[in-house]
Design a protein around this ligand. Structure first.
Ligand code: SF4
Length: 211
């Protein structure tokens, strides 16, 4: 008879390369897909079945066979950034912030900002990079938590100190209304396409299942 641990090992064999998880980094819906398909019934997954048939699996195919709704460039950029934060890829985050990804416009559907994501994992270096880029430490997620609340809850003392300092040396008004729907780059179509390809390249490199 299998133990719970052995059953867990029996989760989807494609987990180490499945690109869906990069595209939906830190989105709450990701856990639902994971529980329902990857850890609990990968045989039913449309992505799994298509890849067994030898066909190319579209990035946007969901486990239930539907297509992920078209995503804006800002959403794709945000996923790439959240993915890099989750993986604690500091040099990659630094290069993303130098190029075309605006951390101030990145937010998940539950209101998590990059600053909150960095506070949740307790990564001081990433947190400082984001604050230096002007990310708002006063932002709240849909549960009403700030990055400071998240750092305290996770017992990340150093992040807590950095956030307290950032909040005491500024005021919410200084950050204004950061528009999370703004695209991170210009409107030129060719540039947009190039950016999208670059970001998808980032996503592929950053699969959260890979070590
Ligand atoms: S989404 Fe499907 S193919 Fe990807 S890891 Fe989960 S079960 Fe496997």
């Amino acid at each position: 008879m299998q133990t719970a641990k052995q059953e867990h090992i029996m989760s989807c064999s494609h987990a180490s390369s499945c690109e869906l998880y990069s595209l939906m980094a830190m989105e709450p819906a990701l856990n639902l897909w994971k529980n329902h398909f990857c850890d609990g019934g990968h045989e039913k997954c449309a992505r799994f079945q298509l890849s067994l048939s030898g066909k190319m699996v579209p990035l946007t195919l969901l486990p239930n066979g539907k297509q992920l709704a078209p995503r804006s460039k800002a959403e794709i950029n945000a996923s790439a950034l959240f993915n890099a934060i989750q993986k604690q890829r500091v040099p990659m985050i630094r290069s993303m912030l130098k190029t075309n990804i605006n951390p101030k416009s990145a937010v998940t559907s539950d209101g998590t900002t990059p600053t909150m994501a960095a506070a949740a994992i307790g990564n001081v270096e990433i947190l400082k990079l984001l604050l230096d880029k002007g990310c708002n430490p006063f932002s709240k997620n849909k549960s009403g938590e700030t990055a400071l609340d998240i750092a305290v809850r996770g017992s990340h003392a150093e992040c807590e100190t950095i956030l307290r300092n950032a909040m005491s040396s500024s005021s919410p008004d200084e950050y204004g209304q950061q528009d999370v729907s703004l695209p991170a780059v210009g409107n030129d179509e060719e540039e947009d396409q190039l950016t999208r390809e670059n970001v998808i390249g980032f996503l592929r490199k950053l699969n959260p299942f890979k070590n």
